[in-house]
Structure formats: structure tokens, C-alpha cells
Write a new protein. Structure first.
Length: 340
């Protein structure tokens, strides 16, 4: 397509409207079968260049027919919990192809006839892609930990020698968080070990303080205009903002300021923030709104165990930017040295 005044005009030379989307990213010509010339060979529907086949048909362009009935296909792919391939795979002619979500390339985390086994459930919250299954104290079988003698708990994290129960230990490690050790450490007998070790920016009884939240992409703490206190910036006089990045002084007129805050469609800060000295300040009530024109929704960033960017990076306009030592779409993979 071509870009005209900030908007994409898709090229459809034959007038068939097969190329579309905000950025002309959808090309339904990919769905046309070479032999028949039909979209999805007439046995499915095309959405953004991908065929979604009718029951009984499969293949990239729905060109193959299954030799069993749709009822039998569904029956074979239904997992014990009543879901098709446990919602972790794709059913093709009665067989489940499990989705592998491990970006490191190691296959087999999700397996079973109906993808009912998820080995990731055996790994630690903060470091699921390490080899540390069941906290190193057990064997993972179909997503459940069988603990060695002397250990117990969902992930074999609790020693029998501990005077408190698993529930008491977890509760003590949770504090005010929904996750033990705020999802930033491991809990053993009511005590949190914050992760990664040696990084004093993550601290607190329940690892509730994450001073990395005070840093910008360049590693500057509170923009050099404040101090960090338990993951929050306390700004010096004359500065404000989440990272003390805005100066209260302004040397431009209101008109000049507004002109710099208007997006291509003429809306001031996308209608989701206020304009100060030519920069948009996104609504603090909607914590997930960000971007130069408040056009981004950080809820689009990948999550891991319910935490955006796993708490190991910052969400930048729908994509995670990971801190040093972390990797993965949701910054869930620790690449640094092993923890003790």
C-alpha cells in the first residue's frame, strides 16, 4: 500500500479488496488455492491471510478432508477438563498438535494426547524457563511435582523440617501481594529470597520493593531529579511525573504547547491525557496508558503469571523492554548467572 497523510491506502489492483488492515497487513490472496482458484478451496473462511477450516477439513488452504466424522474428531481432541486440546493446542483430524510457547527452542513443555500436560507448572514463578523443575527437590510428571523425601508443596519448595504448614509459609511470603514474594523471589519456610540474587534493587521482606521501576530506558534513576523509595520516585521541587521527567517550568505559549501534543488526527493526547509544555502527561488513573501521545495501551504487553513483562522490564507501547539479564516476550527468561 501507500501512505497518505498518516493513513495507509491498500493497493487492490483487481478491485477485489483482498488486501486490507490499518497497515495493509492482511493479504487474503494467501488463502487462494492454486488448483481451484477458490478461497480456502470453498471449505473454510479466510481471516487476514489465514484459512479457518470447516469441520472435517484441514490444511493451509483447507484442501484435505478428514476420514473421520466431525463428532469423532471433537471426541478425540477433548481433554479430561472438557476443552479442545486443553486450550493449549490445535485439533487436526482428531489429533492434537500442542503449542510450544518456550522461545528457547526446547520442545516438550506441553504434551499429552490432548495437550493435558504442562511442565511449566513445575517451574518457579520467577524463572520458569530454567531447568529448576520442582525447586530442584522433585520430579515433574505431567505438570505435577512428585517431591523427594523431606520436601512438600506444589513445587516441592517446602521442607518437612519447617515448623509451619505450606499454607502458613505461603501466606507469610505473600504479604500484601497476590503472589508469594511478589513474584520476584522464592519462598521457603516463610522466608523470601529475592531474585535475581545480588541485585539490591529488589528488596523488602516480601520482595515488594523493585527499585528498577524508578529507572528509565537509559538506567537513569528518577531522571536525576529525585530519589527512589521502594520502587517509587520522590521528586525534587520543580519536577514531577512517574520518573520525575517533567519540569514544572515552561518557556512556550499554550498554543505552541498544544500544537506539539496533537496527534495526526488532531486529538490532544489521544483524549487520554493532558498537555504540559509540549508533552503529553497520560492519565494516572489509567496506569496502562502510555506513549508520546498517550496512544499506547500497556495491557497489550505480554504477561507471565499475571505480571506484565513479569516485572522484569518495562512495557513500551505494547512491547516489553527487558532489563539486563532478562529475555523473552514477557521478560520471563533469566539469562544471568545461576542463583544459589
Amino acid at each position: 500500500g501507500t501512505c497518505q497523510c498518516g493513513r495507509c491506502k491498500c493497493v487492490n489492483s483487481e478491485g477485489n479488496e483482498l488486501v486490507y488492515g490499518k497497515f495493509c497487513e492482511c493479504d487474503d490472496r494467501e488463502c487462494i488455492d492454486d488448483e481451484t482458484g477458490e478461497i480456502c478451496t470453498g471449505h473454510g473462511k479466510c481471516y487476514c491471510g489465514n484459512c479457518y477450516c470447516e469441520a472435517g477439513w484441514h490444511g493451509d488452504k483447507c484442501e484435505f478432508q478428514c476420514d473421520i466424522t466431525p463428532w469423532e474428531i471433537k471426541k478425540r481432541c477433548t481433554s479430561p477438563d472438557g476443552k479442545i486440546c486443553s486450550n493449549r493446542g490445535t485439533c487436526v483430524c482428531g489429533e492434537c498438535t500442542c503449542h510450544d510457547v518456550d522461545p528457547t527452542g526446547d520442545w516438550g513443555d506441553i504434551h499429552g494426547d490432548t495437550c493435558e500436560c504442562d511442565e511449566r507448572n513445575c517451574k518457579a514463578v520467577y524463572d520458569r524457563y530454567s531447568d529448576d523443575f520442582c525447586s530442584g527437590h522433585g520430579q515433574c510428571n505431567c505438570g505435577r511435582c512428585d517431591c523427594k523425601e523431606g520436601w512438600m508443596g506444589k513445587k516441592c519448595e517446602h521442607p518437612h523440617s519447617c515448623p509451619m504448614s505450606v499454607e502458613e509459609s505461603t501466606k507469610k511470603c505473600q504479604g500484601n501481594s497476590n503472589l508469594p514474594c511478589s513474584g520476584r523471589g522464592r519462598c521457603e519456610c516463610g522466608q523470601c529470597t529475592c531474585f535475581p540474587p545480588g541485585d539490591n534493587r529488589v528488596h523488602g521482606k516480601n520482595c515488594e520493593c523493585d527499585d528498577r521501576q524508578c529507572e528509565n530506558a537509559d538506567g537513569d534513576v528518577c531522571g536525576g531529579h529525585g530519589i527512589c523509595s521502594c520502587g517509587r520516585c520522590i521528586c525534587q521541587d520543580g519536577w514531577f511525573g512517574k520518573l520525575c521527567q517533567h519540569s514544572r517550568k515552561c518557556n512556550m505559549t499554550e498554543e505552541e504547547s498544544r500544537s506539539l501534543c496533537e496527534s495526526a488526527d488532531g486529538v490532544l493526547c489521544s483524549g487520554k491525557g493532558s498537555c504540559h509544555c509540549g508533552k503529553c502527561i497520560c492519565s494516572p488513573q489509567e496506569w496502562y496508558i502510555s506513549g508520546d501521545f498517550c496512544e499506547c495501551d500497556d495491557r497489550d504487553c505480554d504477561k507471565h503469571d499475571g505480571l506484565i513483562c513479569t516485572g522484569n522490564g518495562v512495557c513500551s507501547c505494547g512491547n516489553c523492554e527487558c532489563w539486563e539479564g532478562w529475555n523473552g516476550n514477557a521478560c520471563e527468561i533469566w539469562l544471568g548467572r545461576e542463583y544459589p
